[in-house]
Ligand binder design. Sequence first.
Ligand SMILES: *Cc1c(COP(=O)(O)O)cnc(C)c1O
Length: 366
Amino acid sequence: MLTANDNRAAGSAADNRGADSVAALARESYRGIALYSTPRGRCSVDLSDNTNLWGAPPAALRTLAAVRDEDVTRYPVAYEPALAAALADYVGVSADMIACGCGSDDVLDSAIRAFAEPGEVVCLPEPSFSMIPVFARTNGLCPVAIPLTRSFDVDVDAMLETGARIIYLCSPNNPTGGALPRRTVEQIVENARGLVIIDQAYAEFGGDSFTDLASSGRPVLVTRTMSKAFGLAGLRVGFGIGSPELIAEVLKARGPYKVNALGERAAIAALDSDRAWVDERVDEVVANRSDFRAELAKRGFASLESSANFVLVPVDDCAATASRLERAGIRVRALPGLTGIGDAIRIAIGPWEMMQRCLDAMVASA
Ligand SMILES: *Cc1c(COP(=O)(O)O)cnc(C)c1O
């Protein structure tokens, strides 16, 4: 408590009271939630966020350069039917099976809100996508994390035993990189009590596609994104695939106008005209990923098998390794104390020149 006798300057005491009362007014369940933090400043080789390191797709860039006045002044069409149609064509479903969002983060957040009442359980593997426990808490739900098995598989029985209202799976999984076997996913889908979300943000880079399960008659939402293989992370376009009834519930929770008009136009252009460009980049990722892992192994670093556009490398002290690499102009993601793994760094796969610089810096810093 601050009093009039407090020895601070009167102005700063008043400011502090303001901060205290905001903290007291904010939802109590939000107290443990921190703002998402990303590294600041430029770095010559940024391998920290798994985006497309070759750049943006050319047709999308041309569309953005030709933006007209009405693309900016008018509202887009609510729920983006043209984008949904282009995405539906890309994944081979009908347009009423697509919900777009401001990144797939928005779709995940909306689905979690749409399919569980406050206090219910969202079950997720650990380690997995760090935003899921945050989305659970901001929607008043309880995240329950089930550690991956020793072979980095999902613990099917333990996940089902939670009786969760929502089970989240990620394949290929961030940050481990592993893809889930079809049988594992099917067992969860067949026996889950509520919604099963399958996050396939990295589907283009490997593993099975689970889009077919969205038509299985069970409540399944597959999420995908334009942020990774398609190189449009800055435009924030993601989507979910589910039955038309399920998609309508997700859109209700999401609300209208969540995809901006420029993001929508650029994404449609990329889906119409840049697929071959994306396929070539994906082929290069797959080739560089296996060469990079082999080169890491020669230098004494064992990395986890990956079906994504990144590899996870266990290290003794991830903060020390990451800051040594940063000084050499290479940024990676430091992941301290991962369950079952310990400290690790996650390195995105890009053009070979970047990977070579990373390898050189790893050895110099080891
Ligand atoms: C990057 C990522 C996403 C989503 O990103 P958006 O840019 O919001 O589409 C979703 N899930 C996982 C596992 C990711 O790594």
